[in-house]
Design a protein around this ligand. Structure first.
Ligand code: SAH
Ligand code: DHB
Ligand code: MG
Length: 226
């Protein structure tokens, strides 16, 4: 099995289950044109985030009421998740890089989601405390700097409620995550995160390996249970 084959199968799956999506395609094109790194989630992962966020149901119907994203980039995953909001729902996405935030805001506007999505600029550790007033969030997607994942998990637990979902990207890193002696600070950050998540009694969690057009990596998924 080769990366070319994973990519071809990913294309087959995203064509089947996603199909043409002008707002998302324009978001990627604008992000690439602006020189942003090509590290957004894949289309199939974006759809998974959408489905998980859409799995919440209240009296007013399906969809999450509040979503938090840590790491916006060009807003590709943001758009997927914002589409899972209830009509009066709200997504707040935290981004350190002002250029990324600017590209994301334009992409979110083009997707018709500006009324319910806010991109907050700053280091996530500086902006997270201001979210206490907006909590609880139904859904959190952690996807910023890997060294910060443990702090982001601690904040996610403060900002959610029993029943909320917390999803984290990049928890396998081409398999490097099993090397305790890895010199890669990102790998060490992810190792600490996985360990913390597994030991956290307030969540029920798992992690899955994934292959596809973004290579070999993984998602962690946790339900807050207490
Ligand atoms: N979720 C996006 C990809 C995010 S890439 C998607 O799938 O479409 C990671 C992003 O996190 C980058 O834009 C980077 O600038 C941002 N980032 C890195 N460190 C950060 C920090 N300390 N606080 C907030 N954002 C940060
Ligand atoms: C990389 C990939 C990501 O999805 C991310 O959020 C950060 C970095 C990478 O491949 O370097
Ligand atoms: Mg990622």
């Amino acid at each position: 099995m080769s990366e070319a084959q994973w990519t071809a199968v990913d294309r087959y799956l995203s064509d089947l289950f996603g199909g043409s999506d002008p707002a998302l395609e324009a978001a990627l094109a604008a992000s690439n044109a602006a020189g942003l790194p090509q590290i957004a989630v894949s289309p199939t992962h974006g759809k998974l985030l959408y489905l998980l966020a859409h799995s919440f149901v209240t009296q007013s119907g399906p969809g999450a009421r509040k979503i938090l994203e840590i790491g916006t980039l060009g807003g590709y995953s943001t758009i997927w998740m914002a589409r899972a909001l209830q009509a009066d729902g709200r997504l707040i996405s935290l981004e350190f890089n002002p250029k990324h935030a600017e590209v994301a805001r334009a992409n979110i506007a083009r997707a018709g989601l500006s009324d319910r999505v806010e991109v907050r600029i700053g280091k996530a550790l500086d902006t997270l405390p201001s979210l206490v007033n907006e909590a609880p969030f139904d859904f959190v997607f952690i996807d910023a700097d890997k060294e910060g994942y443990c702090d982001y998990l601690a904040w996610s637990l403060k900002l959610t409620r029993p029943g909320s979902l917390i999803v984290a990207d990049n928890v396998v890193r081409k398999g490097a995550v099993i090397d305790p002696g890895s010199p890669d600070a990102m790998v060490q950050g992810i190792r600490r995160f996985n360990q913390m998540l597994a030991a956290e009694s307030r969540v029920s969690a798992t992690a899955i390996q994934t292959v596809g057009c973004k290579g070999y990596d993984g998602f962690a998924i946790a339900r807050v249970i207490a």
